[in-house]
Design a protein around this ligand. Structure first.
Ligand SMILES: [Zn+2]
Length: 317
């Protein structure tokens, strides 16, 4: 382990690293250092643990300094590495949404769900091993739960819409909100000068547009200086950014309602969503649309599956 990892400081005591999941700068891990103690928000996968170790080491820290490990929700790009990381960080507690805790203690259902989508071989390649976490090391954070992180207040806010087991974390000191996938996806390599492009994540299986929009407003009530997205890194949540995100939620929801039960639903929803995103990126001034198409391909694919699933359950209830 000789090579260094890029550690980007985004606010006082907060840095972001690449988890290495799927492609470069696709899924982030945040490290909050306070009084030489560490809280880690998002874990990436079991393969991301070495990146965390490198980042800690570069800052003169080790796994032993980690006191909290906090996945925003239990999707595997956020929490897949939690078991392995908890195994290494012996002083750490896991803080998780009450609806997600049982899946961290017994990951059987998480594994089965992802295996059904990817097949065993691809699953192992993407996520490695998902390790259970002892129940005694798990803390459930209800809505408005306040954690005293050695004098630094972290507040947990229930934010359904992307998933029902999703919370966001408010760092009062820097006025930063860690938003997981609730506040959408926006990649820094698609920025054009000060312009960012942001779009919703509707991945399976609990997308709920009304709840998602409510959660976004809930986040904005805190007036955050920055929202720290897992996909990828921190942006300033201007009015324009919020409007773009909500327009995106409305657009893809309507797309799903219109096409989900039709033939070729997958293809049509995928293509229309991609066109809409590309137009949005182009409008922000970014020129390389081929790059953009490749960058967004996986998100559009996963979003399409989530939208179709949402419509199937909505129409069968
Ligand atoms: Zn995610």
């Amino acid at each position: 382990m000789t090579d260094n990892i890029e550690v980007r400081i985004i606010a006082s005591g907060i840095s972001v690293i690449d988890s290495g999941y799927f492609s470069s700068d696709f899924a982030a891990i945040y490290i909050i250092k306070h009084n030489n103690k560490v809280a880690i928000i998002e874990t990436g996968t079991a393969f991301s643990v070495s990146n965390v170790q490198k980042a800690l080491k570069q800052d003169g820290l080790s796994f032993m300094d980690v006191v909290y490990i906090i996945p925003t929700h239990v999707h595997l790009d956020h929490a897949g590495g939690a078991g392995e990381l908890m195994k290494q960080c012996r002083n750490a507690s896991l803080i998780v949404h009450p609806r997600g805790s049982r899946h961290m203690i017994d990951p059987t259902m998480l594994i089965a769900g992802a295996m059904a989508v990817y097949g065993e071989q691809k699953f192992k390649k993407l996520y490695g091993e998902i390790i259970p976490i002892e129940a005694s090391r798990v803390i459930e954070a209800d809505d408005n739960f306040i954690l005293d992180f050695d004098g630094r207040e972290l507040k947990f806010i229930d934010t359904p819409g992307h998933a029902r087991h999703h919370f966001c974390i408010w760092d009062k000191q820097t006025e930063s909100m860690f938003t997981g996938d609730t506040f959408g996806i926006s990649y820094r390599d698609l920025d054009y000068s000060d312009e960012v492009y942001i779009f919703p994540s509707t991945s399976p299986v609990q997308f709920d547009p009304e709840e998602l929009i409510k959660s976004i407003h809930k986040i904005m009530e805190y007036n955050p200086q920055r929202v720290c997205l897992t996909h990828f890194a921190a942006i300033r949540p201007t009015q324009k950014v919020v409007e773009q995100l909500i327009d995106g939620i409305n657009f893809v929801s309507n797309l799903a309602k219109k096409y989900a039960t039709k033939d070729e639903a997958k293809l049509v929803i995928h293509n229309e969503m991609m066109d809409y995103f590309l137009k949005g990126v182009e409008k922000s001034g970014f020129k390389d649309l081929d790059f953009c198409r490749k960058r967004l391909e996986l998100d559009v694919k996963i979003n399409t599956l989530g939208l179709i699933h949402w419509q199937q359950i909505t129409t069968t209830i």
